[in-house]
Every structure is written in structure tokens, then in C-alpha cells.
Design a protein around this ligand. Structure first.
Ligand SMILES: Cc1cc2nc3c(=O)[nH]c(=O)nc-3n(C[C@H](O)[C@H](O)[C@H](O)COP(=O)(O)OP(=O)(O)OC[C@H]3O[C@@H](n4cnc5c(N)ncnc54)[C@H](O)[C@@H]3O)c2cc1C
Length: 383
């Protein structure tokens, strides 16, 4: 296999491109907007699922592989591009999980994570500005985070300086070139109106929330739909909080410069990224509920991104059942940063016929995970 076309330059498309290019494959990476500017830019960058014990083990094994490899990847990115993705091992402090504690504990034991219980004074010493209504917390020290805008900027630069990668921004894939049920390439249209065809040995769809749209002319469509997430960031002083703090689905992420990100909403099935004042206020109050001192700091920015939601949070990684030489790497939902690295490595293994880093079967495009194109892809209340 000499040449691939990748549709979509989010974190998934860019990491896939990196891994294949390193093996000597020529990659055309095609992005309708600018590389990394969709979900991958908008996310919180926590290198862990929020409540990992709620997911299938097939997510946990991807996450664990990624967690082990990320520090090295991020150091390499910093060195090669001069853009630091600001990896920090801040640890994740769980609050309000009393009702699912035994499940959480069992999962932590099974996957060998430390999970330290903190009570009363221990808790308030560990996180000084925490609302004193919290009397119990559980800390997983090994969890890290990355600053998404810096991560994707660094990846974009890597795409531009890598020998075997050709990044085509502002270029939308309008259709697949298919002959006798075999994909041969893609047709594109750029923002200046120019149309072009790219031919390749394999085509990979890494189209994030848009993946099902891209394939809806064909019989089997992955159940991937957009799930909007709104976030805010406080301009706070350095070290106001030390850890990623999670309570009732809301998380606070302390960045190196003191800013604190608070996320996020789950709004199903819309392709709009509008933000609204009611949500801003709701998120602000949630942040203050966890850390009252945040009432004294301004919300600097609010934004939204579209997660590539899949029904069970399990990404689709593998060959399309009807269209030969078409592969998917999409549907990473809330966890694309943490699980994406392993899914890209796995796809590379498949394409280059290498031994797979883990069992690929849970991520395959099996009939039960696909819809007929006449059905509308909709997600409701998944996670
Ligand atoms: C608010 C929020 C918080 C999150 N927090 C976390 C977190 O803390 N940890 C974590 O692990 N994950 C988190 N995520 C999830 C994570 O960001 C996503 O799972 C991940 O970014 C998905 O990457 P992707 O490359 O598949 O999608 P995207 O980044 O959306 O990239 C897909 C790309 O495909 C392009 N594209 C689509 N169709 C076409 C076409 N026809 N032609 C050309 N290009 C096309 C799009 O323009 C886009 O750039 C969060 C997401 C959100 C929104």
C-alpha cells in the first residue's frame, strides 16, 4: 500500500496520517475547514474517560494504551514543532460518586489504577478551594491532560512539515470514487470553487460528527451523530486548583497559566455550534458549586464543539462492509483524545497487515452497529 487519502483532519485524521507517513505511506489529508478546528479543538483534553467504569471494556483498553503512550507523543510534538501541547499529570479528583463507589473501585482494581480515598481535612488540604460541602473524594493521580488548541496546532504544524503528508485545507470531499464496489479515491471541492480528484490505494474516513453524512449514499451507515458540548473558561490565578475535579458530570480543568476550563453540556443531534447565555450561567453556577472562589473571576470565553457521538461510545475502526478499500476511524464521542491514539495505531496495524496492538473485533463495522441509509441517524441519551 503506497498511497492513502484521509477525509477529515481532526485529531483522528492527523494522528492516522502521522502513523502511516512514518511507515513510508504517502498521505493526502483532506479537510473541509482548517486542521483540528472542530471537536478536537473544542474539547477539554482530559486523558481519561470521565467515569471509565461506566463504559465497555473495549473503551478501557484503548484508553489505557493511549495513557501510556501520550507523554512520549506530546514530548515529540513539542520537540518537532516548537508548539507545546502543555501536558500535565494533574490527577483526577472524583466527587459525588458514593452511589457507584463499589463499581468504580472494582474497575480501578481490574485496570490497576491507584484510587485514593480522601476524607474531611485530607480532602480540603488536597484541594483547598473546594466547597466544604464535599466531605469525601477519590483521587487518581496518574491522569493527565492536554491543552487542545495547542495540541491541534502542534499536530497541524507536524502535518505541514512531514515529508509524506500533503494537507489540503478548505477542501471538502463531495463524493467517493467507487468502481465495482471498490473505493478508488475521492472527489473534492475547495472553497475557491476548484474541483479535484484524488486517487489512492485506501480511503479512510475520519470525518468526526460528519462521518454518517459522508456515507449516507451507501447502504450501511455508522450510527454517528453530532453531540454538541458547550464549555466555558475562567481567567483565574495560577494554582487556584491543582487537580481536574469532577462532580455530577461537570469537570474543572486547571491549565498551566491558571485558566480553568469548565465543561460540558450534552446536546444531541444538532449540527449547530451556537452558544447561549442560559448555558453560560448554568455552567458558571456549576463551577461555583464546586469551587466557590470562582465567583470572583470572570468567564473569559464560551464555545461549543460537536462530538462524534456513537451509540455506545465505541468508535468504528475497520473496513466498510460493502465498499472495499474504504476504512473508518470515527465515532470516538466524548473520548477521542484519550482513545484516539490507540484507534489510529490499530487502524495502521490493519492497513499495513501488522500484528494488532489489541483485539480489533469490538470496533468492527458489523451489521448490528450500522443502519440502512434510509434510516435517520439519531442518538438519544447515550451517556
Ligand atoms: C466539549 C467537548 C469536550 C470534550 N472533552 C474531551 C476530553 O476531555 N477528553 C477526550 O478524550 N475527548 C474529549 N472530547 C471528545 C473529542 O474532542 C472528540 O472525540 C475528538 O476530537 C474527535 O476527533 P475527530 O478527529 O474524530 O473529529 P473532529 O475533530 O471533529 O474532526 C473531524 C474533521 O473532519 C472534517 N470533515 C468532515 N467532513 C468532511 C468532508 N466531507 N471533507 C473534508 N473534511 C471533512 C471536519 O471539518 C473536521 O475537522 C470532547 C469533545 C467536546 C466537544
Amino acid at each position: 500500500m503506497d498511497k492513502v487519502c484521509i477525509i477529515g483532519a481532526g485529531i483522528i485524521g492527523m494522528l492516522t496520517a502521522k502513523l502511516l507517513a512514518e511507515q513510508g505511506v504517502e498521505v493526502h489529508l483532506i479537510e473541509q475547514g482548517y486542521a483540528g478546528k472542530e471537536s478536537s479543538w473544542a474539547g477539554g483534553g482530559i486523558i481519561s474517560p470521565l467515569y471509565p467504569w461506566r463504559y465497555d471494556d473495549s473503551i478501557s483498553v484503548l484508553a489505557q494504551w493511549g495513557q501510556a503512550q501520550y507523554p512520549q507523543l506530546l514530548a515529540q510534538l513539542n520537540e518537532k514543532t516548537g508548539i507545546d501541547p502543555e501536558y500535565q499529570q494533574s490527577g483526577l479528583l472524583y466527587l459525588s460518586i458514593e452511589e457507584e463507589l463499589s463499581k468504580a473501585q472494582a474497575w480501578m482494581n481490574e485496570f490497576s489504577y491507584s484510587f485514593e480515598a480522601l476524607y474531611g481535612e485530607q480532602l480540603s488540604k488536597t484541594e483547598k478551594e473546594l466547597n466544604n460541602q464535599f466531605q469525601q473524594g477519590w483521587l487518581t493521580k496518574s491522569i493527565g491532560q492536554v491543552r487542545n488548541p495547542r495540541l491541534v496546532k502542534s499536530m497541524q504544524k507536524l502535518m505541514l512539515i512531514s515529508e509524506n503528508i500533503h494537507l489540503h485545507e478548505q477542501t471538502r470531499v463531495t463524493e467517493l470514487i467507487v468502481e465495482k464496489q471498490q473505493v478508488k479515491g475521492v472527489k473534492t471541492e475547495s472553497t475557491n470553487g476548484q474541483s479535484q480528484s484524488f486517487y489512492a490505494d485506501r480511503v479512510i474516513v475520519a470525518g468526526g460528527a460528519w462521518t454518517a453524512k459522508l456515507l449516507d449514499n451507501y447502504q450501511s451507515v455508522p450510527r454517528i451523530a453530532p453531540v454538541k458540548g458547550q464549555m466555558i473558561v475562567f481567567k483565574a490565578p495560577e494554582n487556584l486548583i491543582q487537580h481536574i475535579v469532577l462532580s455530577k458530570g461537570r469537570y474543572l480543568i486547571p491549565r498551566k497559566d491558571g485558566r480553568i476550563v469548565l465543561g460540558s453540556t450534552l446536546e444531541f443531534n444538532q449540527f449547530d455550534k451556537t452558544i447561549d447565555d442560559d448555558t453560560l450561567e448554568e455552567l458558571r453556577l456549576e463551577a461555583i458549586r464546586i469551587v466557590p472562589e470562582l465567583a470572583n473571576y470572570e468567564v473569559e470565553k464560551q464555545w461549543a464543539g460537536l462530538r462524534p457521538g456513537s451509540i455506545d461510545g465505541i468508535p468504528y475502526v475497520g473496513e466498510h462492509p460493502e465498499l472495499k478499500h474504504l476504512y473508518l476511524n470515527a465515532g470516538h464521542f466524548r473520548n477521542g483524545i484519550v482513545i484516539g491514539y490507540a484507534s489510529c495505531e490499530l487502524l495502521k496495524n490493519m492497513l499495513l497487515e501488522q500484528e494488532c496492538i489489541l483485539d480489533p473485533r469490538p470496533y468492527a463495522l458489523t451489521a448490528n452497529r450500522l443502519l440502512a441509509s434510509s434510516e435517520e441517524v439519531k442518538l438519544e441519551g447515550a451517556y
